[in-house]
Design a protein around this ligand. Structure first.
Ligand SMILES: [Zn+2]
Ligand SMILES: [Zn+2]
Length: 131
C-alpha cells in the first residue's frame, strides 16, 4: 500500500496492514489536516518498503498526547505524509487519508474524543478515549 501527498512527488510504501488505525480530534490534528479529525495509521518501521520524493520535517511537543513528534511533509504541497512519535520508537505513523488507491481498513478507535466536532458521529463499535 502506498500513501501519496497531494501533488504526488512524495510517497511512502508499506507491505503490511497497520498495527493501530484510529482517528484523532485534537486541535493539532485539525490544523495539520485542515479537517475535522486526522486518520492515523501506525505501522512497524520494518513494514516500510520504500520512501520516494523529498520531505521536510519539524519536531514539536504534542501536548494532548504528551509525546514528541517528528512530522515529515511534502516540501512542495505541504501534505503531512508520515511521522514518528517518541513514545512509539518502533513505529511510523502515516496519514491514513493519503492511502487513496488501495484504501485502508475501517479505523477502530477515536482519541481526544472530547474535542470531536458535535456533527461527527462515529460507529459505536469503536474504542473511545476522551483525552
Ligand atoms: Zn506533495
Ligand atoms: Zn491529534
Amino acid at each position: 500500500m502506498t500513501a501519496t501527498c497531494a501533488c504526488g512527488q512524495a510517497s511512502i510504501t508499506v507491505n503490511a496492514q497497520p498495527k493501530m488505525l484510529g482517528v484523532c480530534h485534537c486541535v493539532n490534528c485539525k490544523r495539520r489536516t485542515g479537517s475535522a479529525f486526522g486518520i492515523s495509521a501506525y505501522f512497524e518501521k520494518s513494514d516500510v518498503v520504500s520512501q520516494a520524493g523529498g520531505t521536510q520535517k519539524y519536531t514539536f511537543w504534542h501536548d494532548a498526547q504528551a509525546h514528541e513528534q517528528e512530522r515529515h511533509f511534502c516540501g512542495k504541497c505541504g501534505t503531512t505524509l508520515f511521522w514518528f512519535v517518541s513514545t512509539l520508537p518502533d513505529q511510523v505513523g502515516i496519514a491514513g487519508g493519503c492511502f487513496v488507491e488501495q484504501g485502508l481498513a475501517e479505523p477502530n478507535y477515536s482519541v481526544t474524543d472530547g474535542k470531536r466536532e458535535p456533527w461527527v458521529t462515529l460507529p459505536s463499535r469503536w474504542a473511545v478515549w476522551a483525552e
